[in-house]
Ligand binder design. Structure first.
Ligand SMILES: [Zn+2]
Length: 439
């Protein structure tokens, strides 16, 4: 399949020079960006008029729980412990494969419509999510949430190896991959964490976990080991370059240096952190200063409540300015990096996606510049600011993944919108009925 996008007003490339191009065309063939130039004369299966459009790399959501779209708005404005124990976990206990499929399809629809092209997921019933990703045409790395510390019988985890076995790369389009997902250092024994690492290295897979989200986790490790979570993980040999750690809110300078030295990456989730009031946001400026690779995630729709990465980018920038009393910290270009090339680096895919460059996979989006919130654009120097501070995901009108259009001029090409919305409503209703009926 070939696509020619002609005469784009602006292209934010996110290449190594962070070039912003004016009035250029892009030719895509067989999934790859083949040419970026002034006048590209070739024919193509799809010819897209790029005038009054802005092209940028598809956004990368480096931490989410996709099927939690079913819990969107179900339990807001609650303390986190109560939120989990009284609302989320009891409902999750009733989830089945059909629900996860419906919730995943809803998540895929939202991502396509708001310009996310790739995500890193942790949840249950991964096969159902994989099926949704395959159908939607998105790119994803999925992990099964492994927990064993709450169940002493499971310690040493005879069933962990069985769960791990299901992560073997499944045949398919190549757009769906698997990671190993120990839920968190407080919910997994050290033995399980190390087994997960061993398996990830054998499989050359990512390890996807949550680290230092809440202050009580920091206190728990201080009391138990007399050191921080990160220092403990470093001591047992868990930190490595395959690791993507969501949140990383409660890290001090020494922790950041340890993470950075190990090659591990952090996926910041500022919206979720602020909504659940975990007591702060990750120290992103210090992380960047110390060379820790960082990326950006929405977290699940129960704690965001949106999967729109544009909203998450804006709040990320504002939250750091607010917290540090300094409007110059985490400027628009740094935040855009987190959601594009930074995400690709966290997922170890920076050679394939995350920027618009010849030879890379064509994961890109077009924003409609006729929208009033995107006028005026003053010039090259303000385009990135416009995207981070003014745009919303619903300004995206075309989403292309692996050289295949998934949405073209707001028309969905892989998913039936009404069907996806209807199935998700039905699944949420069924789930509520089942869980309430059990009381
Ligand atoms: Zn999470």
């Amino acid at each position: 399949m070939s696509i020619l996008i002609k005469d784009c007003d602006w292209i934010i490339t996110e290449d190594s020079r962070r070039s912003v191009l004016r009035d250029k065309s892009v030719y895509i063939d067989d999934g790859l960006i083949v040419e970026i130039g002034d006048r590209i004369g070739c024919e193509a299966d799809y010819v897209i008029d790029g005038s009054k459009k802005l092209m940028m790399p598809g956004l990368i959501n480096a931490h989410t729980h996709l099927a939690m779209t079913l819990f969107r708005g179900y339990a807001d404005d609650m303390p986190v412990k109560e939120w989990l124990e009284r609302k989320i976990w009891p409902l999750e206990a009733w989830l089945d494969e059909r629900d996860v499929f419906a919730g995943s399809m809803l998540g895929c629809l939202e991502m396509i419509e708001t310009g996310t092209t790739c995500f890193l997921d942790m949840y249950f019933f991964n096969k159902a999510t994989a099926e949704a990703v395959e159908r939607s045409g998105l790119r994803a790395i999925l992990s099964y949430a492994i927990l064993d510390a709450f169940d002493p019988e499971a310690k040493g985890a005879p069933d962990i190896s069985k769960k791990l076995a299901s992560f073997r790369r499944a045949p398919g389009s190549g757009r769906v991959e698997y990671a190993i997902g120990p839920h968190a250092p407080y919910s997994c024994s050290d033995e399980t964490l190390l087994k997960c690492k061993e398996r990830a290295l054998e499989e050359d897979a990512l390890i996807h976990t949550h680290i230092a989200e809440a202050e009580w986790e920091r206190r728990l490790f201080e009391e138990r080991y007399g050191k921080s979570v990160i220092a403990h993980l470093e001591e047992i040999g868990f930190l490595c370059e395959n690791l993507v750690a969501a949140h990383c809110v409660w890290l001090d300078e020494a922790d950041i240096s340890l993470m950075s030295k190990s090659g591990a990456k952090a996926a910041l989730c500022p919206v979720s952190n602020m909504k659940l009031a975990v007591g702060g946001i990750a120290p992103a400026t210090e992380m960047l200063r110390r060379g820790l690779a960082i990326s950006l995630g929405t977290d699940g729709a129960a704690s965001n409540n949106s999967l729109d990465m544009f909203g998450t980018m804006k709040i990320c920038a504002l939250a750091h300015k607010f917290a540090e009393h300094d409007p110059t910290v985490l400027p628009a270009n740094a935040v855009l990096d987190l959601a594009t090339i930074g995400g690709a680096t966290a997922l170890r895919k920076e050679g394939e996606i995350g920027s618009i460059e010849v030879g890379k996979r064509a994961d890109l989006i077009l924003l409609d510049l006729r929208a009033p919130n995107l006028r005026p654009i003053h010039g090259k120097d303000t385009v990135v600011s416009d995207v981070v501070y003014s745009a919303s995901g619903f300004n995206v009108d075309t989403t292309i993944v692996d050289g295949r259009p998934l949405m073209l001029n707001r028309e969905l090409l892989t998913l039936d919108r009404e069907e996806v919305l209807g199935a998700a409503e039905e699944a949420a209703l069924r789930l509520m009925e089942r869980s309430h009926g059990s009381r």
